[in-house]
Write a protein that binds this ligand. Structure first.
Ligand SMILES: C[S@@+](CC[C@H](N)C(=O)[O-])C[C@H]1O[C@@H](n2cnc3c(N)ncnc32)[C@H](O)[C@@H]1O
Length: 211
């Protein structure tokens, strides 16, 4: 395993700050899958003042709180929570940067970001950054996972089940467009290799709500 996460996050922050000219430290930040934050979230949000963190498993709470003493932390199902948000609500809060660092493959009733992405508009500010995990080629022959992926990307090609980047961005562009969000720019960044396979990427999206 070649874990490039640390380098990838530096590149990622550079894209957000130097290319897109956002000031991350002053953004309202949300991580939907926090664990303890040690793998990715802590580096991504290291100097941010307004951070909200969700995690379903209470066993990570103490470490998460010690890593982020000033953050708002909720132990809850972040997908249910995202679906319950409504932009019309009086107390609705939107976020300038949303990170969806979900577990790989299937977990509980969910798969990758395929459910939550359809409700992400509930969470985002008018101009925002959305960070998602992309697995262009699964590292295991897990057939239920592969079937769900084929259906999500409408990709029923060869059995290697590689989904190319063109198809990936086309799929997310449509899902986000249907929610009134335009992709203004994007960047794929390799996050990890396994057995020489570049199986794990960030897709970082610069979004703007259509008027
Ligand atoms: C890849 S880890 C997140 C790593 C973390 N971002 C970091 O930087 O260390 C995925 C986490 O998602 C949590 N999780 C799984 N299903 C969830 C759900 N429905 N809502 C919130 N968290 C969930 C898991 O318990 C696990 O801690």
């Amino acid at each position: 395993m070649n874990n490039k996460s640390e380098k990838a996050i530096i590149y990622l922050r550079n894209t957000i700050e130097s290319d897109w000219l956002f000031d991350i430290s002053n953004m309202r930040c949300l991580e939907l899958f926090s664990r303890t934050g040690d793998w990715h979230t802590k580096t991504l949000f290291k100097d941010c003042k307004d951070v909200t963190l969700l995690e379903i498993d209470g066993k990570y709470e103490d470490k998460l709180r010690s890593n982020f003493p000033d953050a708002e932390i909720r132990i809850t199902d972040s997908i249910d929570w995202s679906m319950s948000m409504s932009r019309g609500d009086k107390n609705h809060q939107s976020y300038d940067i949303v990170s969806i660092d979900n577990p790989l493959g299937r977990y509980g009733n969910y798969c990758e970001n395929f459910e939550v992405i359809k409700h992400v508009n509930n969470l985002l500010a008018d101009e925002s950054v959305l960070l998602i995990n992309i697995v262009p080629q699964p590292y295991s022959n897990n057939w239920p996972w592969q079937r769900i992926r084929s259906s999500f990307f409408e990709d029923y090609g060869p059995a290697d089940n590689y989904v190319n980047f063109e198809k990936i961005i086309k799929t997310y562009r449509k899902i986000l467009n249907d929610q009134g969000l335009d992709i203004k720019d994007y960047e794929y960044i390799c996050r990890e290799y396994a057995e020489d396979l570049d199986y794990f990427y960030y897709l970082c999206l610069k979004l703007k709500r259509k008027l």
